[in-house]
Design a protein around this ligand. Structure first.
Ligand code: ZN
Length: 239
């Protein structure tokens, strides 16, 4: 039997995982002192202020998609990739308390947008920032991925081991799929070493094997380091 992926779950459960992730991320943010907002994150070139601004604006961008799905009025996530970048640069100049407010406000707004969405809105087609056409319910996965991974990127105490198994499994499925779409990583075989010596190849490749725990493999594949896997190889870029 194949393990369930995120989109196999009923919507209420997906909502719960997304909300749990938001709470987890908020908890990590609460541990950051105002004086440490200028410290680096796990993301090259981004301070905590950049990352906090990005996660907040991501919630606002997903509110745009829910608005689009609910009203039919075409409101994209961001006006343009340049506008998205400028917004993050601007957000990073805000003082810590303003960033905390921005975070609280946008997270609450997205929660309300999901709570109040009529049934037909969830299947309404919208466009992601990458130009992919998806039903609005995909915002649940987009946000889930964002908050659970960026909680680690904040570099406080969270790790990939905190991420629910269904989210890790979905990432381990999605990331090699993204590689395949860019014709990279075909030589990689990710092998999960389970508690009972179980091994699951997740790519069809027949080259370099990368072995590790589920959390370790996802961490590596997402480009967050090789802790928990036995490889010296660098993963291809994912997003
Ligand atoms: Zn992000």
């Amino acid at each position: 039997m194949t393990a369930a992926l995120f989109n196999d779950l009923p919507r209420e459960e997906r909502l719960a995982v997304a909300r749990r992730g938001a709470a987890h991320y908020s908890g990590q943010l609460a541990l950051v002192d105002n004086a440490d907002f200028g410290e680096p994150t796990l993301l090259e070139g981004w301070t905590r202020s950049h990352l906090i601004a990005h996660v907040a604006y991501n919630a606002a961008a997903l509110c745009n998609l829910m608005h689009w799905a609910t009203t039919g009025e075409k409101t994209p996530m961001y006006a343009s990739p340049e506008a998205r970048g400028k917004e993050i640069e601007f957000g990073a100049t805000l003082i810590p308390d303003a960033l905390r407010n921005l975070h609280d406000h946008t997270i609450a707004r997205l929660d309300v947008a999901w709570r109040d969405a009529p049934e037909e809105a969830w299947s309404h087609q919208v466009k992601t920032a990458q130009g992919r056409d998806v039903p609005a319910e995909e915002t649940l996965w987009m946000r889930t991925r964002e908050v659970w991974i960026h909680a680690v990127d904040l570099d406080v105490t969270a790790g990939f081991g905190d991420i629910p198994e269904v989210v890790l499994r979905t990432l381990l499925h999605e990331i090699p799929g993204k590689w395949a779409g860019k014709n990279v990583g075909e030589d990689l075989v990710l092998v999960e070493e389970g508690g009972a010596g179980e091994r699951v190849a997740v790519t069809e490749g027949a080259g370099t094997e990368v072995r590790g725990s589920l959390a370790g493999l996802v961490r590596w594949a997402a480009g967050r380091g090789a802790q928990g896997v036995d490889t010296d190889a660098e993963p291809p870029r994912w997003l």
